[in-house]
Design a protein around this ligand. Structure first.
Ligand code: IMP
Ligand code: MG
Length: 184
């Protein structure tokens, strides 16, 4: 029987490493947002960030809310198109709130750059970004993440929410996808 793990070249971050990273990032956020008077909203970018967001936000120890957005840039390939489209927008006003955008991975940087400027135009008090993974070698725009988890090499990764053609999201770890899977 073909198993998902047969398509993984090597594991980049196992469950323990992911857990430690969520703890580290949540501790930074807890230290940076002590003021309970202003709303702290986590804007979770669907679908890849869902596993990460639940593990991260469970460790945030102050009142906060969660909203979702969906942005498309990749289609089912492994290369960015450079074109970003908001396919599911927020259903509410974020005026005066502190916003933290939660992303699975920053690659070219276009998605986070576009989301940051979009949410800033809506009157948020502050907009920051949090990404579990960072591929700095791939950056095409000037964009740095405020809360950055694990820096990884320029390889296509799947698991823990990250997909290839919508599959592999349910792997509990993050692994490098064997290129034979997408280069036919
Ligand atoms: P960016 O706009 O190029 O920074 O791309 C960010 C989006 O591309 C992420 O939210 C992912 O959905 C997708 N992406 C980038 N690299 C990978 C990868 O290695 N595996 C799976 N998805 C990726
Ligand atoms: Mg994706």
């Amino acid at each position: 029987m073909h198993q998902m793990k047969d398509d993984i070249k090597y594991i980049l971050a196992d469950e323990k490493k992911i857990e430690g990273t969520c703890e580290k990032l949540a501790a930074q956020i807890n230290a940076d947002y002590p003021d309970h008077d202003r709303e702290l909203v986590f804007v979770i970018v669907l679908k890849g960030s869902v596993f990460f967001a639940t593990d991260l936000i469970r460790r945030v120890n102050r009142p906060c809310t969660m909203e979702f957005m969906k942005v498309s840039s990749y289609g089912s390939g492994v290369e960015t198109s450079g074109f970003i489209q908001v396919s599911l927008d927020l259903k509410r006003d974020i005026k005066d709130a502190d916003v933290i955008i939660v992303e699975d991975i920053i690659d070219s940087g276009r998605t986070l750059q576009k989301l940051c400027s979009l949410l800033a135009t809506r009157g948020a008090h502050s907009v920051k970004t949090c990404a579990l993974l960072d591929k700095p070698e791939r950056r095409q725009v000037d964009m740095e993440v405020d809360y950055s988890g694990i820096v990884i090499p320029d390889e296509f990764v799947v698991g823990y929410g990250l997909d290839y053609a919508e599959y592999y999201r349910n792997l509990p770890y993050i692994g490098v996808l064997d290129p034979s899977v997408y280069s036919e």
